[in-house]
Design a protein. Structure first.
Ligand SMILES: [Cu+2]
Length: 144
């Protein structure tokens, strides 16, 4: 750790690009939801996401989806590796960032800040808009 701090190598966060980040609008009674995004690694070294936090939720975590018999179940991911020039994809029906224990009901269009912890000890902060997955965007934006 000390060596990493003393070295002049650039932080992994500088190599990571976030695309298509959004948070699913959940029904007001639900106290959890999921966030989705693509994390693209433009660097020449692999990077690991080792945790995630979100200030609108009591806890957050990376989850995978898998089939258990004939139903989909979620399981926590302790880390997600992103190869050099590769990407990690969090998308509906697949891996996602779970936001558990929402502190207030989210509103469409609200920006939610999400912080990934990286394997070099740095943080990667992004903000993602809350979107209603059931409605088309084009029609929806005119209604506000
Ligand atoms: Cu989940």
């Amino acid at each position: 750790m000390l060596l990493a701090l003393l070295s002049a190598s650039p932080a992994y966060a500088d190599d990571l690009l976030i695309e298509d980040a959004w948070v699913r609008l959940s029904p007001p009674v639900a106290d959890s939801t999921a966030a989705y995004m693509v994390v693209r690694n433009t660097g020449s070294e692999s990077v690991k996401l080792t945790g995630v936090a979100c200030d609108v939720a009591d806890s957050a975590g990376m989850h995978a989806m898998r089939m258990d018999g004939n139903r989909m179940v979620m399981s926590p991911l302790s880390e997600v590796g992103i190869p050099a020039n590769g990407e990690a994809r969090f998308s509906p029906g697949g891996s996602h960032v779970m936001l558990m224990g929402l502190k207030h009901p989210l509103k469409e269009g609200e920006m939610v800040e999400i912080v990934f912890r990286l394997s070099d000890g740095e943080n990667l902060t992004l903000s993602a808009p809350v979107r209603d997955m059931r409605a088309g965007h084009a029609q929806h934006s005119g209604m506000h």
